[in-house]
Write a protein of this length. Structure first.
Length: 623
């Protein structure tokens, strides 16, 4: 056989993405079983390609200069991207502690692969609540346009090169065949701890999905047992930890998987696939949150409108048709114009039966000529010198507040989902300059980085804590130089007031660390349907006392979820405290440390006449 000459770098870049790699065990098994083998030239091309990729200058990233014009890239993020690309075969678990920017690390790796011609087809799988946020961040920070499965133009998983989808949509039987039949260049999985259980549809999807490069993001790779760590790594790098039985024998000190053995040996293996930077090692400052709640006395007509709406909900609530009523209840806490707009749209739709009841509610809302919250914000901003972000859920409330602020001489600019990218950029630049207030709607603000401001007003509150956390995340993030002030507004003794008190204040949800809200809600059954749960409570309660009692039941559920999340985090931290998987030191220091560790391991093995396995039980130091 004549051995072919190595291909040129251009030929490698064009072909290596489509060849079989060592990380495709399922496809390899299938080909061996079916007796279908690729020509030896293909395999040589693949090996040359991987060698070329691995031996490139590991200290430089092609895309870094351009990225630094748009985003702040931190040293540990650069080091993480370099390590993933050059030492991990670009199949890695990014497990930094919360708030350290795993999304940025994944984005850098993605851009580098695209720039080098190694990735065209990219699939991002996230929890449903983060789909839009990922799309905005990829666009704003990395200039990559993705389509989501929710977009009107989405034609299927086989029809687009860059797709973002919720993993719970992707796992559905109707989508799985399309997804696993594709050759993906890069797949990114956010909140990858959802893959901890091998018996789930999510896990089976990832086991059968063919992707050349894979990034799995999670701050808690383990939540209850070391078995979950094995399961995650089995998806990312099958075989790295051996069989499950071997893993249990080598690294688990009890059947429950709560006790770690051989920490150094496990660390050595994990350094091939996992990066975990700790906050304490980065030297970064993390601002505190100072939360203020202002319970505002509403006008008589505002109180009457709130009472009318509660009566209306109790009369018209029908389990399956609750969404419009959820919107109405949130709008009455925001502004009468927002409520009137929705009611009129409903009347025009011909989908309602009790027209007179809706018309009466429009009449009551039209009688409200004041807005106590708008008055409060106007007075507050007139006395403040700080830049302030005001969040509302509704465009009509935004319009009302903008008008009132301008009349009072407060400089302000609007930001909402109907604006195009140029208009949004102009609004942010004006706010960065002389303008004091940015009045935002939730729609369209995903991915925003507003850390140059540190005061945020929740004009009205979503009933899902994750949405509030996403608002706060615009200012409470890495690089924020000031402590963050969060001001919550509520009309005293209304539904919104009770929800704020019971769901947020009693269990201190506003004070959880950056990025931890998702872990809390993931432990609560039906967390995504909190809106529905609260509406049911309103509809079925006999009076305010009964309503508060039922809301306290929901509060206890959230409190239990928060406690479970704290326990999971503690277990995760306890296991990883034995290991150094960070990239803060930089590549050269890590290389030297790895060489030293390997020399020590070999010396021990020679001294013992064996493989040098050292047992380290929980709490011990193996020296």
């Amino acid at each position: 056989m004549t051995v072919p000459q190595p291909p040129s770098p251009q030929e490698v870049a064009a072909t290596v993405r489509r060849k079989l790699t060592l990380h495709d065990p399922l496809r390899l098994q299938s080909r061996l079983r079916d007796g279908t083998y690729a020509p030896v030239e293909d395999h040589l091309t693949t090996l040359w390609g991987h060698r070329a990729i691995q031996t490139r200058d590991s200290s430089k990233l092609m895309v870094l200069p351009a990225l630094r014009h748009r985003i702040e890239v931190l040293p540990h993020q650069v080091n993480a991207a370099i390590r993933v690309l050059n030492k991990m075969g670009t199949r890695a678990i990014l497990a930094d502690e919360v708030g350290l920017g795993k999304t940025i690390e994944a984005g850098i790796v993605m851009k580098e692969l695209i720039a080098k011609g190694l990735a065209e087809r990219v699939l991002i799988l996230t929890p449903a609540s983060l789909v839009t946020q990922w799309k905005e961040e990829m666009n704003i920070k990395f200039r990559e346009d993705f389509i989501t499965h929710e977009d009107p133009g989405f034609e299927g998983f086989d029809a687009h090169d860059k797709i973002i989808a919720s993993i719970d949509t992707a796992k559905l039987d109707k989508h799985v065949p399309d997804i696993i039949s594709q050759d993906w260049d890069l797949t990114i999985v956010d909140e990858a701890h959802y893959l901890k259980n091998r018996a789930t549809q999510r896990y089976r999807l990832m086991e059968t999905l063919f992707t050349r490069y894979l990034l799995m993001l999670t701050a808690t790779p383990m939540q209850n047992t070391l078995k979950e760590l094995f399961n995650l790594i089995h998806v990312c790098r099958p075989g790295l930890l051996g069989s499950e039985a071997h893993f249990q024998k080598s690294f688990m000190g009890d059947t429950a998987g709560r006790k770690l053995l051989n920490a150094r040996d496990l660390q050595r293996l994990l350094r091939e696939v996992m990066i975990r930077n700790r906050r304490s090692e980065t030297g970064l400052k993390f601002p505190s949150r100072n939360v203020e709640t202002h319970r505002i006395e509403a006008s008589d007509e505002e109180y009457r409108l709130n009472d009318h709406l509660v009566d209306f909900i109790r009369e018209h609530y029908q389990g399956a048709f609750h969404l419009p009523l959820v919107t109405l209840q949130r709008e009455v806490a925001s502004s009468a114009p927002a409520l009137i707009s929705t009611l009129k749209n409903m009347l025009e739709s011909d989908s309602i039966e009790d027209v007179q009841a809706y018309e009466r509610l429009v009449k009551h809302a039209s009688e409200v000529k004041t807005n106590a919250k708008a008055d409060f914000v106007t007075n507050l901003l007139s006395q403040m010198g700080d830049k302030v972000i005001v969040y509302t859920q509704f465009r009509h409330t935004q319009d009302l507040l903008m008008g009132q602020l301008r009349d009072a001489g407060v400089t302000c600019v609007a930001f909402n989902g109907s604006m195009n990218q140029r208009q949004k950029a102009e609004a942010i630049e004006r706010f960065r300059g002389p303008v004091q207030a940015l009045v935002c709607t939730d729609s369209g603000s995903e991915g925003l980085n507003l850390q140059f401001a540190h005061v945020l007003i929740n004009y009205d509150l979503p009933w899902n804590p994750m949405r509030v956390e996403q608002r706060i995340g615009r200012v409470h993030r890495i690089g924020q130089e000031n402590d963050v002030v969060i001001i919550n507004l509520t009309l005293k003794d209304t539904i919104e007031d009770y929800v704020l008190e019971v769901l947020y204040e009693k269990i201190r949800l506003f004070e959880v660390a950056i990025g931890e809200m998702d872990l809390i809600l993931s432990n609560m059954p039906d967390a995504e349907s909190l809106d529905t749960k609260i509406l049911q409570i309103i509809a079925k309660s006999r009076d305010k006392k009964d309503l508060k009692k039922s809301l306290r039941d929901v509060s206890r559920e959230l409190e239990g979820s928060k406690k479970a999340a704290e326990d999971m985090k503690s277990f995760d931290e306890e296991i990883f405290r034995h290991m150094d998987l960070g990239t803060v030191k930089g590549a050269e220091a890590e290389d030297e440390e790895e060489e030293l560790e390997e020399a020590v391991r070999r010396a021990r093995a020679a001294r013992k006449g064996g493989d040098g396995t050292v047992t380290v039980e929980e709490g011990e130091d193996d020296g």
